[in-house]
Design a protein around this ligand. Structure first.
Ligand SMILES: Cc1cc2nc3c(=O)[nH]c(=O)nc-3n(C[C@H](O)[C@H](O)[C@H](O)COP(=O)(O)OP(=O)(O)OC[C@H]3O[C@@H](n4cnc5c(N)ncnc54)[C@H](O)[C@@H]3O)c2cc1C
Ligand code: FES
Length: 491
């Protein structure tokens, strides 16, 4: 077993209050049912309630603990090198629309925090994309030019205000950062205060059509005219989303630091291996949060090694103390780097809405997505409906399934705290060995579309190398398109 330092889990989730909404236990009706209580689902719900509509939200686990609550939570229109790419591949109007949608998303977050008094450690910060190579410096300058072309303020500096060598930085001033888990807790509270009904521990196991839409959980059903699948990766959609996207993971570590301004700003590097930095806070004091480069979910057999590399890089380059927290987080990339949001098939599936593919920039994009969906439900024009069109064409070779990285010959190859996949007849079994040496088996066949899972030796989860479903070591669903757990297997 690899012993990594720090507590397993996100520092944001650890410092946010638990929510405690009830489980759905009856059959109820609303105008709209939102599936998923992340930033997209709660934003959609609140926008609809502000317009006087009725909403029910069902959350599989607890509010604020999934992708949003495990993100870096930079509230910014600076998405590394995005505007040059969009201008060159989609044209200036699309790039301008992307900038406008994200500016509006970022502003809405700040407005709501003020208006609804949400305590979530919001801080104004400048955002920097930095380069450490001469090629990178050129890219920074090209990005600055594209950003200005689409109406954003961008400044280039010879170096980033960081304690290690850089050769250029693009600065977007006056952006912001916050604790995303506290923000979602505050949004949920506001939703409930405005008459929205929230149910936790209520996973949608079936979404189907009756006379209206029907969302079925283990103990109840919601009937509604509109359904919003805001589950990060859709768990159901009239137009498949999993093959239009690629699930990507990052490793994150929060280090104790003496100086709360150890770095002043939010930073993202563009040269390999990329790193992302921001400050934060937990109950014991200031933190520096450091992220490593992305990798395809379930396609790396040694995620723990990535944490070892990340810690080594941080200690070499930054004045950090002990590791306080560490976690993995996953989001879905799209080929053109624009999310898919909207009503994919208004003719055959009217009232069915999806939002996915946030390319690890879903705080502002996800907020804009909520506004788009709420407007679409009210049959109102929204200027970003076209930008996020969920059925636009995509390159068929973008999505790449992978194989399990955890195949072993026998359970003898599985050490304490580790997991491996064994074959028994036709059956593949995902086995992990507990601290007392006992073995625990679940089916290794992902309940989404049948790929074989990989052991994540850092988070101790079973991760699917195809569409990014993540299961706890005991088989329950944590994240991704799967709705059913991995079935327990007797060894
Ligand atoms: C490492 C990393 C860092 C990031 N940093 C940033 C950043 O700095 N700035 C930025 O803009 N973006 C960032 N992002 C991206 C951003 O965090 C995400 O795009 C965004 O939070 C996604 O929100 P969501 O609502 O789609 O997902 P989630 O927050 O995951 O919400 C979805 C919810 O749906 C629930 N759910 C799932 N299945 C079901 C079901 N069957 N029934 C009911 N509920 C269900 C889940 O439990 C979850 O609570 C980052 C992403 C990563 C991976
Ligand atoms: S997530 Fe699709 S097969 Fe596992």
């Amino acid at each position: 077993m690899v012993n990594l330092p720090g507590n397993r889990g996100s520092c944001w989730v650890a410092t946010a209050d638990r929510t405690g909404y009830p489980q759905l236990e009856s059959s109820i009706h609303a105008e709209t049912v939102v599936v998923g209580g992340g930033i997209v689902g709660l934003t959609t719900a609140l926008r609809l309630l502000e317009a006087g509509r009725s909403v029910i939200l069902v959350e599989a686990l607890e509010i604020g603990q999934q992708v949003t609550g495990r993100s870096t939570a930079k509230i910014t229109t600076q998405h590394a090198l995005i505007y040059r790419h969009l201008v060159d591949t989609c044209g200036v109007p699309t790039a301008r629309n992307y900038a406008a949608a994200n500016s509006a998303g970022a502003e809405l977050i700040k407005d709501w925090i003020r208006e609804y008094g949400i305590a979530c450690d919001l801080e104004r910060k400048d955002a920097y994309t930095y380069a450490t190579s001469s090629n990178g410096r050129g890219e920074i300058e090209a990005e600055a030019e594209a950003a200005r072309q689409v109406g954003l303020q961008a400044e280039v500096f010879d170096r980033a205000p960081l304690p290690f060598e850089t050769v250029g930085a693009l600065c977007f001033a006056e952006q912001a950062q916050f604790n995303p888990s506290k923000y979602l807790g505050g949004l949920a509270h506001t939703v409930a205060n405005r008459g929205g009904r929230i149910f936790e521990h209520s996973r949608a196991i079936l979404i189907g059509e009756a006379s209206r839409w029907r969302v079925v959980t283990a103990h109840g059903t919601v009937h509604a005219g509109n359904v919003v699948v805001a589950t990060n990766m859709t768990v159901k959609s009239p137009v498949g989303m999993a093959n239009r996207t690629q699930p990507r993971c990052h490793t994150a570590m929060a280090f104790r630091v003496d100086d709360p301004l150890v770095v002043d700003g939010m930073f993202i590097g563009i040269d390999d291996p990329t790193h992302s930095l921001r400050t934060g806070l937990d109950d014991r004091g200031p933190l520096l949060v450091v992220l490593g480069p992305k990798f395809n979910t379930g396609q790396d057999g040694n995620v723990a090694a990535r944490f070892v590399d990340l810690e080594e890089w941080a200690r070499k380059n930054l004045p950090v103390g002990d590791v306080a927290w560490r976690w993995c987080n996953e989001d879905y990339d799209t080929a053109d780097r624009v999310p898919y949001v909207g009503e994919p098939d208004p003719q055959k599936a009217p009232g069915f809405h999806v939002a996915t593919g946030f390319n690890a920039w879903g705080i502002s994009n996800g907020t804009a997505a909520g506004a788009v969906i709420a407007d679409t439900i009210q049959r109102r024009f929204n200027p970003w409906q076209g930008l996020y069109n969920p059925i636009r064409s995509y390159p068929k070779d973008f999505h790449k399934n992978g194989d399990s990285q955890s195949i072993v010959q026998s359970t003898n190859d599985i050490r304490i705290g580790e997991g491996g996949v064994i074959q028994r007849g036709d059956e593949k079994i995902a086995v992990c060995r507990a601290a007392d040496g006992s073995l625990h088996g679940v089916s290794a066949t992902c309940t989404h579309k049948g790929c074989t899972v990989t052991w994540n030796n850092a988070d101790r989860t079973w991760d699917c190398p195809c569409h990014g479903s993540i299961f706890a070591s005991g088989g329950s669903v944590i994240h991704g398109p799967a709705r059913k757990p991995l079935v327990p297997v007797k060894l």
